[in-house]
Design a protein around this ligand. Structure first.
Ligand SMILES: O=C(NC1CCCCC1)[C@H](C1CCCCC1)n1c(-c2ccc(-c3ccccc3)s2)nc2ccccc21
Length: 233
């Protein structure tokens, strides 16, 4: 059983990503807002558009600190952000949903989301994803790396130089594999389970436009930025 060693360079690399992830705080605590009261479908839709818009801004700032990202072709930088924004919002939503809350609050939050206006058919895949993410009990380094790895996915639509993206994703996968072995020594399959969540994320990504257009209300209004990110209108 070889000893897992994280090199000094990998430690420094990890700190840059973790620091950027923590510094670019995700939008104001949406869970607290949702726990206060049940909003109408229209209010929830507006809340999601506000949350998603500020998350895109946060995501751009975070991504700029991923080593090597700014040296990529500029059009590829846009393609990576556009291709990962929805997955990043589901990943962050899962982390919000599975964060430690006082007894009974998670159930209330689930109920509020079930009644938010999203069509019933999407609830099972969405909550399965949230619950399996919660069961992983990721440490914050793993959360930061998993978000960075999701962004640095070579096979997004319109990416021209996929090799360049692979070269940036690989060192992050190497560090993540070592972190998993260090933080979850009794779960040799933990790293594989973590990557399996990224596959689940892609299926949620597949549903997102329909989730939005089927939101139980009339006249869905999107901002130009969200039209770009959400492939709607
Ligand atoms: O605000 C939210 N998520 C923020 C996104 C940015 C990052 C911070 C979190 C929404 C709210 C749901 C209830 C109604 C208001 C919006 N949310 C979701 C989503 C369900 C469907 C979602 C979606 C995304 C893109 C496209 C199509 C659909 S996000 N899951 C949550 C789990 C826990 C707390 C909030 C959660």
């Amino acid at each position: 059983k070889e000893k897992v060693v994280i090199t000094k360079d990998q430690q420094a690399f990890m700190n840059v990503i973790l620091d950027a992830y923590n510094r670019h705080q995700i939008p104001p605590d949406v869970a607290k807002k949702l726990l206060q009261e049940q909003y109408s479908a229209e209010e929830n839709f507006l809340l999601l558009t506000e949350m998603a818009t500020s998350q895109v801004q946060v995501l751009v700032e975070f991504t700029k600190h991923i080593p090597g990202f700014l040296s990529l072709d500029h059009e590829d930088q846009i393609a990576l952000l556009k291709g990962s924004a929805v997955e990043a919002s589901f990943l962050r939503s899962a982390q919000v949903f599975s964060s430690k809350m006082p007894n009974g609050h998670t159930e209330v939050l689930e109920e509020r989301i079930r009644k938010s206006g999203i069509s019933e058919e999407f609830m099972t895949p969405m909550f399965n994803f949230y619950k399996t993410i919660g069961e992983l009990h990721m440490v914050e380094e793993e959360q930061a790396l998993l978000t960075a790895i999701t962004i640095m996915t070579p096979d997004r639509p319109y990416v021209k130089d996929q090799q360049a993206v692979e070269r940036l994703q690989e060192p992050m996968l190497d560090v993540l594999r070592k972190l998993c072995a260090l933080h979850h020594p009794h779960e040799p399959q933990y790293f594989a389970r973590l990557l399996g969540r990224l596959t689940e994320l892609r299926t949620l990504n597949h549903y997102h436009a329909e989730m939005l257009t089927s939101w139980r209300m009339n006249d869905h209004k999107f901002t130009p930025l969200l039209c770009e990110i959400w492939d709607v209108q």
